[in-house]
Design a protein around this ligand. Structure first.
Ligand code: AMP
Length: 209
């Protein structure tokens, strides 16, 4: 199954994706994770995008589309994938439809107050990118990733100023994708406010998986 997870930052796309990959046995492709890995590796891509990510703005469409096109051409993504954080603009969505046919788009619905609460308490693994939360999803050992033992940190773009910027960028550039995909009959609305177990349950029901 080829899925897009669409929604504001902090809606729980990555958290659900981590569960959904086990249910669907498809890869989780997060453009944010790919950019952060490039930054950590200090690769040419990483050096180019570091400031952009820190500020909460979007990386340019050409770079992002090229990256996803290459990733989707890999063998493990042939039968299906979960795209998390892509597309984020109308040109990205139009480009994607030229190289892959998406089955469904899950629209994660959450008010801004929920986003701020989740992002400001979020802690991310430096090594594998898995997210935790200081109140709602605590790791077993403080500061350590349950999945791989990596160190947890607060992303620069999860700090107050960048959160405001990212919400504005979402409203201006990404929210128009809701109508774009609704008009194509691909959109499924997901209430992203409950805890992860309930969201997983609703995900299973709405896709019949
Ligand atoms: P995320 O982890 O999805 O919140 O993404 C973190 C940051 O990576 C975003 O704030 C952007 O700077 C960049 N980014 C991720 N996905 C995209 C995309 N599809 N288009 C442009 N920039 C992106």
């Amino acid at each position: 199954m080829k899925l897009i997870f669409l929604g504001p930052p902090g809606a729980g796309k990555g958290t659900l994706a981590a569960k959904a990959v086990e249910i669907l046995t498809v890869p989780h492709i997060s453009t944010g994770n790919i950019f952060r890995a490039a930054i950590a590796a200090k690769s040419p891509l990483g050096l180019k995008v570091k400031e952009i990510l820190d500020s909460g703005k979007l990386v340019d469409d050409e770079t992002t589309i090229g990256l996803v096109r290459e990733r989707l051409a890999q063998d493990d993504a042939r039968a299906g994938y979960i795209l998390d954080g892509f597309p984020r603009t109308i040109p990205q969505a139009e480009a994607l439809s030229g190289f892959s046919a998406v089955d469904k788009v899950l629209n994660f619905d959450i008010p801004d107050s929920g986003v701020v609460e989740r992002l400001s308490g979020r802690r991310t693994c430096k090594k594998c990118g898995v997210n935790f939360h200081i109140l709602f999803n605590k790791p077993e050992r403080e500061g350590i990733c349950d999945a791989c033992g990596g160190e947890l940190y607060t992303r620069d773009d999860d700090k107050a100023e960048a959160i405001r910027k990212r919400l504005q960028v979402y409203r201006d550039q990404t929210a128009p994708l809701i109508d774009f995909y609704r008009e194509k009959g691909l959109l499924i609305d997901v209430d992203a406010r409950p805890g992860i177990d309930e969201v997983v349950e609703n995900f299973r029901k709405s896709l019949g998986v």
